[in-house]
Design a protein around this ligand. Structure first.
Ligand code: R1P
Ligand code: URA
Length: 235
């Protein structure tokens, strides 16, 4: 047990999917896993462990924002020996060719700062995905014929930001989408020798103002989860 995760030693798998929303963790466990069992409920940040096609896998909510995700990523890797962490999240599209429901595989995640900036100090560290996971996710998305984009995303500290100039610069520099966790996930994973990837679904678009209905979200999230699980186990 850790301060934020109540699972006993051995109750969390080497591979952990990390949605921001703990209720998405429950839905993933109920929908995709066999023999899923709840292993965490501390602070309502639900976590489950089960199997997918015979592979042991956990799903642990991360909460919203890098400060929250950092706590769970650190404890999963350092205290539970997790070796593969895959974020499964929603994101806001930033480019005209990135449409609602599309999947975004974050090769890199830019940010103004992450909780790790206190360690990295003056260095503009470039958080990046594990190449093997990224390659396998892209191949699986291709095989499933899911419209998918691979490239840079922006991990924001705020959902309601008041910096239209910053969004404009992200768009101008080719950033595909915005979310709030991946940069810290990649940084913590790199620090501890773990593999990480963010597989995201475009739930709304910053330029057009479009947003998915909740029914559409569920259907689109299914593709993202299938891609994440396949990449995790190289299948
Ligand atoms: O859908 P999730 O995984 O929560 O991800 C996105 O949604 C939340 C904001 O609504 C932030 O956590 C952002 O990163
Ligand atoms: O952080 C996020 C997540 C989804 N959509 C956004 O616009 N921002």
């Amino acid at each position: 047990m850790t301060i934020h995760i109540g699972a006993k030693p051995g109750e969390i798998a080497d591979t952990v999917l990390m949605p921001g929303d703990p209720m998405r963790a429950k839905w993933v466990a109920e929908t995709f896993l066999e023999d899923a069992r709840q292993v965490n409920e501390v602070r309502g940040m639900l976590g489950f462990t089960g199997t997918w096609h015979g592979h042991r896998v956990s799903v642990q909510g991360s909460g919203m924002g890098m400060a929250s995700l950092s706590i769970y990523a650190n404890e999963l890797i350092r205290d539970y020996d997790a070796t593969t962490l895959i974020r499964i999240g929603s994101c806001g599209g930033m480019q005209p060719h990135v449409a609602l429901r599309d999947v975004v595989l974050a090769a890199t995640a830019s940010s103004i700062s992450t909780p790790s900036s206190t360690i990295l100090r003056e260095v503009n560290y470039a958080p990046c995905a594990d190449f093997g996971l990224l390659r396998d996710a892209a191949a699986r998305a291709d095989a499933m014929d899911v419209p998918t984009h691979v490239g840079g995303i922006y991990s924001s500290d705020t959902f309601y930001d008041e910096r239209p100039d910053l969004n404009a610069e992200m768009v101008r520099h080719g950033i595909l989408a915005v979310e709030m966790e991946a940069a810290e996930l990649y940084t913590v994973a790199a620090r501890h020798g773990a593999r990480a990837l963010a597989v995201l679904t475009v739930s709304d678009h910053l330029e057009t103002g479009e947003a998915l209905s909740s029914a559409d979200r569920e259907r689109s999230f299914s593709d993202m989860i299938e891609i994440a699980l396949s990449a995790a186990f190289g299948s």
